[in-house]
Design a protein around this ligand. Structure first.
Ligand code: SF4
Length: 894
């Protein structure tokens, strides 16, 4: 059994991979890992389904501009020589700022460290930024302003001791499920613990809340300034802490003089609810304010973070058990990237680019020929500079900016015009890889070795349990071999362990009260040998004992912060409206985010059939009244457009959205849908301090996308459906599921369908029903008595549920009853249609759960689990079970 760490979110759950007899691995939660104590959410549980070779990039590939447009396999040496030659030529002619890395919170700390050292210490530019810019750079900037260092002062254990947990802009239930479950258990053990959710949407997380404040998007600073002012007015202040350990309170209060009535108006909240929150916060010593993308992804993200931290500083609610402001990171190694200075405005080891002493410290440690002397380009600026021709070569590593960046069509234009685009990736086809001149195969999760740091500063090992496929290499090795070709010494690493120990040594370098004190100091790990590194247990800094110092229990426990005077800073946060407000042309505010069972651009979760069913198609969640005003109906397709771009998805209600807002998930892209990249729509305006874009607040208009028909296909073989006006795709078990729509009338359904499905054999076992007048068509293609493909078309989106037909792909042979029901699309036996999947682990559908609740009179999620298993494994669907229980209760009492 190999112990490793989950590939997805910043909770950083420990995972075990145990070889299965006959091949494959059983993936389970690591009971000894403090982050999850054996539990995994549905994404973590499905990791085993994502380690296959399908679609993998296995060899270096190259294309010559102006020559053959297709990528050709080349040897590693040729690819790296080519990249080194081109980079050297560009640097010689245009200077070091003409090249750039765009990297990722998916990288391991060791990969990140080498990329950062190479760019800042040797190439001499700080043009290295990361997709972590898009999710938590506002938290980094807020921490640095308040504490003098990017330090998260809370531990997961604190949840067990808090008396109040405030979740701001965080759908914890879907985005950090294991932490949500920890919170659920704490609430169950101590029901008096108060949970407040501050979110414009009524998300699954609200099922646990005592109070939900559906705040007007973008008004968080008003809310927390109002709280600061209230706490000060009623004397809910820790004067000793404020006097001894902080500065700047008066300035912060001067811009926060808001009466609760004004706050309620600005934030569009019920005054009574607002006062309940303020009074509870004031009356509770042990408060955790956990925040995530709803706070960070904003043109005022850094101020939002500081307005929250201000409210903790005024009462001294920091540095002690059960309290503190708690930034929850999105990616598995966003925190490790911060430790090595993976952002364009940072140096390694929590040192700063704009500080000469810090630059000297890092350069002297690296013994590098130089050091970047000014911040590099942040993500959005970087791709603008590429389009403008100022940056002429970019190397994208482990990320997919054509999908994930705001104004994503601009990113396409930038890559089209860039002289040299290098991409290191795990998969062959992504929206970004389509623009690569050089594609380099990297090791994936399960194959690579290194460390990640989670949201509570716990460093854990990711360990390889699979062999390197094809010619794939570790990212640190690819970068080191490139650096050596560039003529740089200092990159002769033989292992990830060597890099980690160098990183640990740097964290301790000049790290003393007399020189450059930082809380981040993992120097105690600098002497790990290969085997000790391999055996490294999850380790949380700063709680690492050294030869001459006992471990610090937690950051800031002694009230000393990292600013030169050891005081934390209150920051005066002047409320300001989002950069672009809805108007007559773009009247709706678009919010974007994750869904429960998918991750980023689906390059990994999209391969797991277990994760495909919960939400199989991108959607636009819209309030029914707004839908009416936009002229769209639930189930129909609509186009969401902003001044930057547009995308198409299906309209739905019921996602807890307030009037005037819409929500679209971030995951779908050109590999999985015809036109569902929401990044193309998102406003590229950024926070002036952090550079983080405004993913939660883009003014848009929503219009009907008229089609003549809707349909779906389930097919064992992958299909090319580019000719259709609309399609999306997910991977089922032994089949692909496509949702479709078309704008043209179909003359001959049978011929059209057979061509679409690629059926050439006239003798194929083909069942069909066609009613051209009503535009209804259903056909099933059988091979050897098994279902091979089916296609259902209708003028309206009221097609049969897909689950029963999907279940037939598992059968070696269809029985008579199955065959008889094929063209109906639903089973003859009543109750056999389980409905849309709610519990992905056990494949339990909505209809099954609702039936059990009604017939067995169930009242709790535990009873539902006992009855139909749903919720009995990872627990990710428990909030949805609660929702179904309360909906049925309401229905029965109506
Ligand atoms: Fe992975 Fe889920 Fe744990 Fe996040 S909560 S690290 S996705 S298992």
């Amino acid at each position: 059994m190999i112990k490793t760490t989950c590939a997805y979110c910043g909770v950083g759950c420990g995972v075990t991979a145990t070889p299965r007899e006959g091949g494959g691995f059983d993936i389970a939660g690591d009971a000894a890992h403090p982050a999850n104590q054996g539990r995994l959410c549905v994404k973590g549980s499905a990791l085993g389904e994502t380690i296959g070779m399908e679609g993998r990039l296995l060899f270096p590939m190259m294309r010559e501009r102006g020559g053959d447009a297709s990528l050709q396999r080349v040897a590693w040496g040729e690819a790296l020589d080519h990249v080194a030659d081109r980079w050297r030529a560009i640097i010689d002619e245009h200077g070091p700022d003409a090249v750039a890395f765009y990297v990722s919170g998916q990288l391991l700390t060791e990969d990140y460290y080498v990329a950062n050292k190479l760019m800042k210490g040797y190439i001499g530019s700080a043009n290295i930024d990361t997709n972590s810019r898009l999710c938590m750079s506002s938290a980094v900037a807020g921490h640095k302003r308040a504490f003098g260092e990017d330090v998260v002062p809370v531990h997961y254990d604190d949840i067990d001791h808090a008396d109040m947990v405030v979740l701001v802009g965080s759908n914890l239930a879907w985005c950090h499920p294991i932490l949500f479950q920890r919170l659920s258990r704490a609430k169950e053990a101590r029901p008096e613990m108060k949970i407040v959710v501050i979110d414009p949407r009524r998300t699954a997380t609200c099922e646990l809340a005592d109070l939900h404040l559906p705040i007007k998007p973008g008004t968080d600073v008003w809310l927390f300034n109002g709280l600061l002012s209230y706490l000060s007015r009623i004397g809910a202040v820790d004067p000793g802490f404020v006097a001894a350990h902080t500065s700047g309170l008066e300035d912060a209060l001067a811009v926060a003089t808001l009466a609760p009535e004004e706050v309620a108006r600005a934030c569009r909240l019920n005054l009574q609810d607002l006062m309940e929150f303020y009074e509870s916060f004031a009356a509770t010593a042990k408060v955790i304010t956990a925040f995530s993308m709803g706070v960070n992804q904003s043109s005022a993200g850094t101020d939002k973070v500081n307005s929250i931290i201000n409210c903790h500083l005024i009462g001294g609610r920091i540095g002690k058990q059960g309290m503190g402001p708690f930034s929850i990171t999105g990616q598995p190694n966003a925190m490790g990237g911060r430790e090595v200075g993976g952002l364009a405005n940072m140096l390694a080891a929590h040192l700063d680019l704009d500080n000469a002493a810090h630059r000297d410290a890092v350069q002297s440690f690296w013994e590098s020929p130089g050091i970047a002397s000014r911040p590099g380009l942040k993500a959005v600026d970087l791709f603008e500079a590429i389009e403008a021709g100022r940056v002429k070569a970019v190397w994208v590593i482990a990320t997919n900016p054509v999908v994930s960046l705001p104004n994503a069509d601009q990113v396409r234009r930038a890559l089209e015009r860039c002289e040299l685009v290098v991409v290191s990736d795990v998969v062959r086809d992504t929206d970004t890889n389509a623009y690569a001149d050089v594609l380099l195969p990297a090791l994936a999760w399960g194959e690579k070795d290194g460390t990640v740091t989670n949201s509570e500063r716990r460093i854990s090992r990711q360990r390889a349990f699979l062999p390197a496929p094809g010619e794939a290499r570790a990212d640190w090795l690819i970068l080191s071999q490139f650096a050596l070709r560039m003529g740089y010494d200092g990159f002769g690493y033989a292992s990830a362990a060597e890099i980690f120990t160098e990183h640990a040594r740097l964290s301790a370098w000049r790290n003393s009260a007399e020189e450059l004190p930082r809380a981040f100091n993992i120097g105690a790990l600098a002497t790990l040998g290969e085997s000790a590194y391999d055996a490294l247990q999850p380790t949380q800094w700063p709680a690492i004992a050294t030869a001459d110092a006992a471990p610090a229990a937690r950051p800031f426990a002694d009230g000393r912060f990292s600013h030169a005077d050891s005081r934390a800073r209150f920051i005066a946060t002047v409320p300001r409206a989002p950069a672009n407000l809805p108007d007559g042309e773009f009247p709706i505010t678009l919010n974007t985010g994750r869904v429960r069972d998918h991750w980023h651009t689906m390059t990994r979760t999209g391969r797991a059939p277990k994760l495909a069913d919960h939400i199989a198609e991108s959607f636009i969640d819209l309030h029914p009244q707004d839908a009416l005003l936009c002229g769209v109906k639930e189930g129909e397709l609509a186009r969401v457009s902003s001044q930057w771009g547009s995308m198409i998805a299906r309209v739905q209600h019921g996602g807890g959205i307030t009037r005037g807002s819409a929500f679209v998930p971030i995951h779908w892209n050109n590999q999985t849908a015809s036109d569902a990249r929401v990044g193309a729509v998102v406003n590229p305006v950024v926070d002036p301090v952090s550079g983080e874009p405004e993913f939660k607040h883009t003014p848009v208009t929503i219009d009907r996308f008229p089609v003549k028909w809707h349909g779906f296909i389930l097919s064992r073989d992958a299909l090319r459906l580019d000719a259709l006006a609309y399609w999306t795709k997910v991977q089922g078990k032994d089949f692909q599921r496509y949702e479709l729509a078309g704008r043209n009338a179909i003359e001959d359904f049978g011929a059209w369908a057979r061509q679409l499905l690629g059926i050439k054999d006239d003798d194929a076992d083909w069942l069909e029903y066609a009613d051209r007048t009503s535009c209804v068509f259903r056909a099933v293609h059988l091979v050897d008595d098994r279902i091979a493909q089916c296609i259902f078309i209708s003028a309206r989106p009221d097609l049969p549920a897909r689950q029963w037909l999907a279940s037939l792909f598992d059968k070696a042979q269809l029985d008579v009853a199955d065959r008889a029901a094929l063209l109906a699309g639903r089973p003859i036996a009543a109750g056999a249609d389980t409905g849309p999947t709610v519990c992905s682990c056990f494949g339990v559908g909505r209809n099954t759960i609702c039936k059990a609740i009604r017939e067995q009179n169930l009242t709790t999620p535990a009873q539902v689990t006992a009855c139909v298993k749903a919720g009995g494994n990872c627990g990710s669907c428990v909030p949805e079970l609660k929702k179904l229980l309360s909906e049925i209760r309401v229905e029965e009492t109506a």
